[in-house]
Design a protein around this ligand. Structure first.
Ligand SMILES: [Cu+2]
Length: 566
């Protein structure tokens, strides 16, 4: 086939494809008004920041292929942005949302309209604020249904109740909590409660009457879409006496996995089928922390909701069996049990030939405080880094604006492919000479369509911990994980290149590593960061700059006219 013929064929394909998808797809328009709203939790009334006064925020029910147009009006006293967590944003990085990465914040009184198309994605995603710690209360579900005429690749459930969103609640204003921590250098205060659909549940004071209830009919099946929207906690979730059948994670279908416990890092979603096949009664759904770090304070409370069978007369729900807080074995068993579905309609496309072989250390650290001591351990300031670079967010332009308009001095292109010093990353006694990262706004440049592998290697500096690492703009395959240091000779042999799970957030095992692969087919600037907000606050982040491809539809779109300025 001659080049010109194949090029013409390609264009014809694009035109027909465009006509076909626009003919079927809808434009869905929403207005998000960001504003304060008084809510009462744990016996006290606080003004929280909400979307449209709702907590959790509105659920968006859309269909794969739809275009979303969301006008955000900021009537709050804080800067805000909205991130569409897990949406690939093909060519529309301007709508991704992380503050100072793809846009400047929407200032109080300002507005911005997010426009993007959901291309070949279906399942459970969510949206949240991506500015300071506003996402503590500014979040909601984004449910993408299969296109008309297509079905779920699993037995159609009788019922699809509203999603189960796990959240985290502070009695204090969360913005004050993080600002205080940033000022003193100490770790921020832990939360006062976890929540299910914004309700703490029966085990907290003044909460029982508002406990979330899901009423079910005996013998019928339910699709539960579980989302971890907590700020700083990975969570175990269970339903007393019931088996959960996992069918999807992070809006990618999985092979059926039977489990009693689901573990979700912040940012992750898991869809499970539940059959109400137990004696008519009431059963607790419950979530509490998977706290993998030793010697670090965490919220050890338990949030509950009630699975309530129709016709039940019992007053006290059956108690759940939750794993111990530090039960890494259960967490690992769950995450390593996930497999991509790999059906003809939902194929697996793991890249085999890798163009960019990257090795990133991720972990905590401590910085000296010249003059007077800080409030962190040893009088120092808590920090975090990737490859010894503690990420500094720009203030005058977003990275994407700087990239698109060629503005110098906002970032540098020298994020390292490997850590500057090799050491025993998971040793008990890493030399304190290696505890203090450098600060910087560095990106790693990727050629369009390059196949990328990243080994994310946890370190034990300060303390080892499971870090939920989220990549914007992409889904990636988790081809392997393990404990200790990654061994480049031995470990790649064990990689699953057949049906590894595909996700947008990976829990890198405590004192261990994860190997992820993706093809850099989406131009733009894409943040990769720990989704524990305490760690992104400390700098556990970096960004990829993915170059444009050769044809017009492989290039980043022009910025919207109403893109906020800094
Ligand atoms: Cu982290």
């Amino acid at each position: 086939m001659s080049t010109s013929y194949s090029a013409r064929f390609f264009w014809l394909f694009l035109v027909v494809n465009f006509w076909f998808t626009t003919a079927l797809a809808d434009i869905r328009s929403y207005t998000f008004v960001i504003r304060a709203q008084p809510v009462t939790r744990l016996c006290q009334t606080n003004e929280i920041i909400t979307v449209n006064g709702q907590f959790p925020g509105p659920t968006l029910n859309v269909t794969s292929g739809d275009t979303l147009v969301v006008k955000v009006l900021n009537y709050a006293r804080y800067d805000v942005t909205i991130h569409w967590h897990g949406v690939r944003q093909i060519r529309t990085a301007w709508a991704d949302g992380p503050e100072f990465i793809t846009q400047c914040p929407i200032r109080p009184g300002g507005s911005y309209t997010y426009r993007f198309t959901l291309t070949n994605q279906e399942g459970t995603l969510w949206w949240h604020a991506h500015s300071s710690w506003l996402r503590a209360t500014v979040y909601g579900s984004l449910i993408i249904y299969p296109k008309e005429g297509t079905k779920y690749p699993f037995p159609q459930p009788c019922h699809e109740p509203e999603p189960i969103i796990l959240g985290e609640w502070w009695n204090r204003n969360p913005i004050d909590v993080v600002n205080q921590a940033t000022q003193t250098g100490a770790p921020p205060n832990i939360s006062d409660a976890f929540t299910i659909n914004a309700q703490p549940g029966d085990l907290y004071p003044c909460s029982s009457s508002d406990t979330y209830r899901l009423s079910v009919k005996a013998g019928e099946s339910y699709l539960l879409r579980i989302i971890n929207a907590a700020l700083n906690a990975e969570l175990f979730f269970t339903v007393a006496d019931h088996v959960l059948m996992v069918v999807a994670a992070d809006a990618s279908y999985t092979k059926l996995l039977h489990t009693e416990v689901v573990m979700l890092g912040p940012g992750q979603t898991t869809d499970v089928l539940l059959i109400a096949n137990k004696p008519v009664g009431k059963y607790y759904m419950a979530a509490r922390a998977y706290a993998s770090a030793q010697g670090i304070a965490f919220d050890n409370t338990t949030t509950t909701a009630i699975l309530d069978y129709e016709g039940s007369s019992s007053s006290s729900p059956v108690s759940p069996n939750l794993p111990a807080y530090n039960d890494t074995q259960t967490a690992t068993q769950f995450t390593t049990g996930l497999r991509s579905l790999g059906s003809p309609d939902h194929p697996v496309n793991v890249p085999f030939n890798i163009d960019e072989n990257l090795f990133f250390t991720i972990g905590l650290g401590l910085l000296d405080c010249p003059g007077q001591p800080c409030g962190g351990p040893n009088g120092k300031r808590s920090t975090a880094s990737m490859n010894n670079v503690s990420f500094v967010f720009p203030k005058t332009f977003s990275l994407l604006q700087a990239h698109y308009f060629g503005i110098q001095g906002v970032f540098t292109k020298d994020f390292p492919d490997n850590p500057p010093v090799q050491f025993d990353y998971t040793a008990q006694n890493v030399s304190t000479a290696l505890w203090s990262p450098v600060r910087g706004t560095k990106v790693k440049v990727l050629k369009y369509n390059s196949a990328v592998q990243i080994i994310l290697q946890g370190t034990s500096i300060v303390t080892a911990e499971n870090h939920p690492v989220h990549l914007h703009g992409y889904d990636f395959y988790i081809v392997g994980e393990g404990f200790g240091n990654f061994d480049p000779q031995r470990d790649p042999i064990t990689f699953n290149l057949i049906d590894p799970p595909q996700r947008n957030t990976v829990g890198v095992p405590v004192n261990g590593w994860s190997a992820i692969r993706f093809v850099a087919d989406n131009p733009g600037i894409w943040l990769m960061h720990c989704h524990l907000d305490v760690h992104i606050t400390w700098g556990l982040a970096m960004a990829f700059l993915v170059e444009n491809g050769p044809h017009p539809l492989a290039r980043l779109e022009a910025p919207p006219l109403d893109l906020p300025v800094c």
